[in-house]
Design a protein around this ligand. Structure first.
Ligand SMILES: [Zn+2]
Length: 140
């Protein structure tokens, strides 16, 4: 007995036993074989035998991931939230953060651009600053 992996024209895969390979050829020629799934009589021996498929799989490289990662999605959501709920003060971030902290400006959430130096100086004055995980910084 020989077990063949078979494939119909609709790419269904199934296995069938034959007494000999000639038996398979004869049955298939006479359209005595049909797909177990769709009943198609266009049957051929599947090329998906394990040894071939593992080689095939290695050759076919997965295309580069184009969907955003979970982290990227979270950052995007965070950014949306920040932009919705906070006031954008642009380059005045350091001045404005200080003004809010010392009560010279109305209390609110703001976001904007700082240099590393400005952020450090805010931090040293005890003003809570959170770096946002996207590139929106002053370049100087
Ligand atoms: Zn089928």
């Amino acid at each position: 007995m020989i077990k063949y992996k078979l494939q119909c024209k609709n790419l269904h895969h199934f296995e069938s036993w034959f007494r000999t390979s000639d038996d398979y050829e004869k049955l298939n020629r006479e359209k005595m074989l049909s797909c177990e799934i769709c009943g198609s009589k266009s049957i051929s021996k599947s090329l998906m035998s394990p040894s071939v498929s593992s080689k095939e799989k290695k050759r076919i490289k997965k295309p580069l991931e184009t969907t955003p990662t979970k982290a990227q999605k979270l950052i995007k959501e965070l950014r949306k939230e920040v932009e919705k709920n906070c006031e954008y003060v642009g380059d005045n971030f350091e001045k404005e953060a200080r003004a809010i902290y010392f009560g010279d400006s109305p209390e609110r959430s703001i976001y904007g651009k700082t240099t590393v130096k400005e952020a450090k100086s805010l931090y040293e004055d005890g003003i809570p600053v959170t770096p946002l995980p996207w590139d929106d910084r002053k370049t100087n």
